[in-house]
Design a protein around this ligand. Structure first.
Ligand SMILES: C[S@@+](CC[C@H](N)C(=O)[O-])C[C@H]1O[C@@H](n2cnc3c(N)ncnc32)[C@H](O)[C@@H]1O
Length: 214
């Protein structure tokens, strides 16, 4: 479904208690959390179900959900409930492209990066936009702590196999690879994203990998 741009979306996200727009420096983000807990980042958080669920179940971790579309970031914040926002202190939704990570975050400042149901960009000429393209892996390597991890889920088999290959070639340690997450031992504690729910209802198998920085 094509989302409509509604006048004032940018200001809505900017002024929302859980919104951050186009962050320029790390101190602003640290100040928001007001503590030094480990940081987990999701790139392409969509409507935010995963990041909110993770934040609620992991109060000792800080979470940031990056979303590059202002229309989606707006929808994400618009559909959050103020009761949850009040109670779950440890997350923010960031309107920004994930490619700015290494410009804003210092080296080794992020413990984990989540890539959930990332856009597949099926044309080879668009592969560099894939969030597991070498260009992005170089960014993740900079900002992740030693032994920091990338957690990826997708229904798209082509994107998944590409990602396994890219990560192996780029010397990441693949510590988990499953092509049927929901029927695997790794399903315990799995928090579903909006896309994950939709695709698994259609009977699609969900792929998951975890790659560790070496
Ligand atoms: C297919 S949706 C999946 C949303 C959600 N993760 C889920 O699983 O329900 C992918 C989202 O990632 C966002 N996105 C794609 N590339 C991005 C990037 N480089 N930085 C931040 N967000 C991105 C898109 O705007 C879109 O909302």
């Amino acid at each position: 479904m094509r989302l409509r741009y509604i006048e004032g979306q940018y200001d809505y996200v900017k002024n929302h208690t859980k919104g951050i727009v186009e962050p320029q420096n790390y101190d602003d983000i640290k100040e928001k959390f007001g503590n030094n807990k480990p940081l987990h980042v999701e790139l392409g958080c969509g409507k935010g179900r995963f990041i909110r669920g993770m934040a609620a179940s992991n109060p000792d971790i800080n979470f940031l959900g990056f979303e590059k579309s202002i229309k989606v970031a707006y929808r994400c914040l618009k559909c959050s409930s103020s009761a949850i926002d009040e109670e779950v202190k440890n997350y923010y939704i960031v309107y920004s492209n994930g490619d700015i990570l290494s410009e804003v975050f210092p080296e080794k400042s992020i413990e984990r990066i989540y890539l959930n149901f990332s856009d597949p960009w099926p044309k080879p000429s668009h592969y560099k936009r894939r969030l597991t393209h070498k260009g992005f892996l170089d960014i993740y390597r900079k900002v992740l702590v030693d032994s920091g991890e990338i957690h990826m889920k997708t229904d798209n088999n082509d994107l998944f196999e590409y990602s396994v290959e890219q990560l192996a070639q780029d010397n990441w340690e693949l510590i988990l690879v499953t092509r049927d997450l929901h029927n695997s031992e790794y399903v315990n504690g799995n928090i579903m994203t909006e896309y994950e729910e939709k695709f698994s209802e259609f009977g699609k198998k969900i792929n998951k990998l975890v790659a560790r920085k070496k």
